[in-house]
Design a protein around this ligand. Structure first.
Ligand SMILES: NC(=O)c1ccc[n+]([C@@H]2O[C@H](COP(=O)([O-])OP(=O)(O)OC[C@H]3O[C@@H](n4cnc5c(N)ncnc54)[C@H](OP(=O)(O)O)[C@@H]3O)[C@@H](O)[C@H]2O)c1
Length: 241
């Protein structure tokens, strides 16, 4: 990889993704941001306009191959290269299995697993060309199973399996990092339609890590280039306060 690095990140309109985009842009990286809500991406671009890096975006859906292919091509024409991929877009619905809806299960798999694979597929040739870096956003749910989130946990176990297979198949061409956060204070919990569980879990997320803490870990993993690879990073809230 040659500086300035170009980063392609999905789920950049808010939460962890927006924070990573800002942190990387303020550290001089070129950022290509992808998510569905165009107005939010516009605001992100404005907030990054005085930073040392550059940010551009494409409004699209990770359930669409076409959107991701278009965005990957646009990123290339805008910045000339694509070195780092962060397929961060993800969604979770809390519910016990016996109350879960097929629609929610399909969406979690489509965004969190197939969406990650589609994003990798659309960008892989460019990443390999630049001997780049893929930073997958897993979760503590990638290694542990929690109640009321069996399908979400399954999708994050799958993300870890994708990271591991990339690590094996591209050992001499790509750096692979998986970041596994515990609860982070974002809007993530708002997707849950089970009002009882939403109310129960809200305080856990509200007292979770600031998204900037995750963004700093991403920056550290990128800056390690040439020294070694942060293969897996687990980040947990500091509950001592
Ligand atoms: N918050 C936590 O406690 C936590 C902990 C561990 C791991 N994670 C993981 O971290 C990642 C980010 O979560 P977050 O907490 O930042 O959640 P968030 O605040 O809800 O943000 C989710 C992001 O994903 C995007 N997104 C959702 N569906 C999409 C789709 N179909 N196509 C394109 N973009 C889509 C959303 O943008 P649009 O709506 O504009 O498309 C948004 O930018 C996820 O993979 C999540 O599983 C979160």
């Amino acid at each position: 990889m040659k500086k300035p690095y170009t980063v392609f990140i999905t789920g950049a309109s808010e939460g962890i993704g927006a924070s990573i985009a800002k942190t990387l842009c303020s550290n001089g990286l070129n950022v290509f941001a992808f998510a569905r809500r165009e107005a939010k991406l516009h605001d992100l671009k404005t907030s990054c306009s005085n930073m040392s890096g550059n940010l551009d975006f494409f409004a699209g859906d990770v359930t669409s191959n076409d959107d991701l292919q278009k965005a990957s091509n646009l990123c290339l024409s805008r910045f000339g290269n694509l070195d780092i991929l962060i397929p961060n877009a993800g969604i979770g619905f809390f519910n016990p299995l016996h109350k879960g809806s097929i629609k929610e299960w399909e969406l979690m798999v489509d965004v969190n697993v197939t969406g990650v694979l589609r994003t990798i597929h659309a960008t892989l040739p460019h990443l390999v060309k630049s001997e780049g870096h893929i930073i997958n956003i897993g979760s503590v749910a990638a290694r542990n199973i929690f109640p009321n989130s069996g399908v979400y946990c399954a999708t994050k176990h799958a993300v870890l399996a994708i990271s591991e297979s990339l690590k094996i198949e591209f050992a001499d061409r790509l750096a692979i990092t998986t970041i596994n956060p515990g609860s982070v204070d974002t809007a993530f919990i708002e997707n849950t339609n089970n009002e009882e569980l939403k109310a129960k879990y809200k305080p856990t997320f509200a007292s979770g890590m600031n998204p900037e803490f995750i963004a700093k870990a991403v920056l550290q993993a990128i800056e390690a280039n040439g020294s070694g690879i942060y293969s897996e990073i687990t980040l947990r809230p500091d509950r001592r306060k």
